[in-house]
Design a protein around this ligand. Structure first.
Ligand SMILES: Nc1nc2c(ncn2[C@@H]2O[C@H](COP(=O)(O)OP(=O)(O)OP(=O)(O)O)[C@@H](O)[C@H]2O)c(=O)[nH]1
Ligand SMILES: [Mg+2]
Length: 196
């Protein structure tokens, strides 16, 4: 097969980065999961300092970013929310220390599906975890759309904490305005440092 030159370079860079990462001792692995379109990629881009994209482009399988903080290398795996991508997501779960589980505050369905996502991580991650639930698109919060309130989301996080026996927190975010995005990442990293 003849590979497109850019694609070939992308594969080479990815292999180089993964080889380099395997040699770094102090590293943290975070996955971003949640339904399609809730804003996982937008949150990752906002955290990495990339510009906000108003148009939707579905993640195919997985995308990832690497950030160096002091002597710690953070790898963020941004997984496709499409139910058909479950088979691809499974290979990225091993070794995960932190999960950012995202829903859209104006989509009750995406909030109800948090339980489905919990089942998926229970099946695939056996190590100790820190979980943050993020109610994204808070900038669009609209009372006429039966939005998911902070009280409901906080209540779910406490129920899950009890059921799973691990730390589960809640924050509302906006990938558009940047509200709580750095806070979410720095809090989950601090919690992982504390627990591991
Ligand atoms: N207003 C607003 N729009 C957002 C926000 N976050 C994401 N969006 C928009 O929502 C759409 C979906 O965002 P993505 O980040 O691609 O969603 P995703 O969760 O990565 O979706 P998949 O890759 O399909 O799993 C895009 O059109 C974004 O511009 C937000 O906080 N506020
Ligand atoms: Mg995406």
């Amino acid at each position: 097969m003849r590979l497109n030159k850019n694609y070939h370079q992308y594969i080479k860079d990815t292999v180089y980065m993964l080889t380099w990462l395997s040699k770094v001792s102090n590293k943290t692995k975070i996955v971003l999961i949640g339904d399609s379109r809730v804003g996982k990629t937008s949150l990752r881009r906002q955290y990495m300092g990339d510009s906000f994209r108003g148009t939707y482009s579905a993640t195919m399988g997985a995308e990832f970013s690497v950030k160096k903080l002091k002597d710690n290398i953070i790898t963020i795996y941004d997984l496709a929310g499409d139910p058909k991508s479950k088979i691809f997501r499974m290979q990225y779960y091993p070794g995960t220390q932190g999960v950012l589980m995202v829903f859209d505050v104006n989509s009750r369905n995406s909030f109800e599906n948090i339980r489905v996502w919990i089942d998926e991580i229970r099946e695939n991650i056996k190590s100790q975890l820190v979980i943050f639930i993020l109610g994204n698109k808070i900038d669009l919060f609209d009372n006429s759309l039966d939005p998911v309130t902070e009280v409901e989301a906080y209540k779910l996080s406490k129920e899950l904490e009890e059921e799973l026996g691990c730390s589960v927190s809640y924050l509302s975010t906006s990938a558009l305005t940047g509200h709580n995005v750095d806070v979410a990442f720095s809090k989950i990293l601090a919690e992982i440092q504390f627990r591991y």
